[in-house]
Design a binder for this molecule. Structure first.
Ligand SMILES: Cc1cc2nc3c(=O)[nH]c(=O)nc-3n(C[C@H](O)[C@H](O)[C@H](O)COP(=O)(O)O)c2cc1C
Length: 217
């Protein structure tokens, strides 16, 4: 599938066919996309709770009771559902963990380069802590980038998907003990295959015109 085709045909799937399961060789590519998404300073401040069983998906629907009930069936009928979580801070241990992994992966030809990257990343983290006072928000922005990456990846792989902010973050944080792990739920994405009668597949896409969006300089 070429890029424009993937962008034009992907859409927010409102009805998934519960009988259709994503084959492992396709799903593993979505998981690769989760891991390979870029993030500012390579901070990778995310964690993914992946539900592929009926029990797992039911557990996720604890976050769609009441106000968000309109999303429950979209979780239960999907093949796989990912709860995207964000770190709530970047402590010394985690920063060290990333740095050592980069070193192990061969990114630093010299100790000086490694030190420079460590300093640069800490400068950004400290700016967001001390000056902008928005560290959790900055970290969540990285997670949204990952969500976008996963939606495009799904489209290229011929999968249908639905991003959902309509989930109860507090309920899910409690359900998965996320706060204790310095994490918070952010949004969920259902992946699978649409039903033939999904109304949302039949209506045309609507976007503002390029002239509304772009300033060319
Ligand atoms: C971050 C985000 C959160 C969304 N949350 C929901 C949701 O909770 N439930 C839902 O049915 N659609 C949700 N949507 C779908 C949007 O309404 C949809 O992406 C938008 O109308 C554009 O349509 P398209 O995705 O079909 O191109 C969400 C989309 C995004 C990007």
């Amino acid at each position: 599938m070429n890029l424009i085709n993937a962008l034009e045909t992907r859409y927010s799937t409102k009805a998934f066919d519960s009988h259709k399961i994503i084959p492992e060789e396709i799903w593993s590519q979505v998981e690769a996309a989760l891991r390979l998404s870029p993030s500012s300073t390579n901070a990778q401040p995310w964690h993914f709770i992946i539900a592929s069983t009926t029990e797992g998906k039911k557990r996720l629907t604890k976050g769609t009771e009441g106000l968000y009930a309109f999303n429950s069936q979209k979780i239960l009928d999907a093949s796989h559902v990912v709860l995207f979580c964000s770190r709530t801070d970047m402590d010394e241990d985690f920063l060290h963990h990333i740095l050592e992994k980069e070193d192990k992966d061969g990114r630093y030809a010299t100790p000086e380069l490694k030190e420079m990257m460590d300093g640069g990343r800490k400068m950004f983290v400290n700016l967001h802590i001390n000056e902008f006072k928005d560290l959790p928000h900055w970290l969540e922005k990285q997670v949204y980038l990952n969500i976008g990456n996963s939606l495009l990846s799904a489209a290229v792989l011929g999968l249908d998907a639905l991003p959902m902010e309509g989930i109860d973050i507090e309920v899910l944080n409690k359900e998965f003990n996320l706060k204790e792990q310095k994490l918070t739920a952010v949004a969920a994405v259902s992946f699978g295959y649409k039903t033939e009668d999904d109304f949302n597949a039949k209506i045309p896409k609507s976007r503002l015109e390029m002239t509304d969006l772009v300033t060319r300089i």
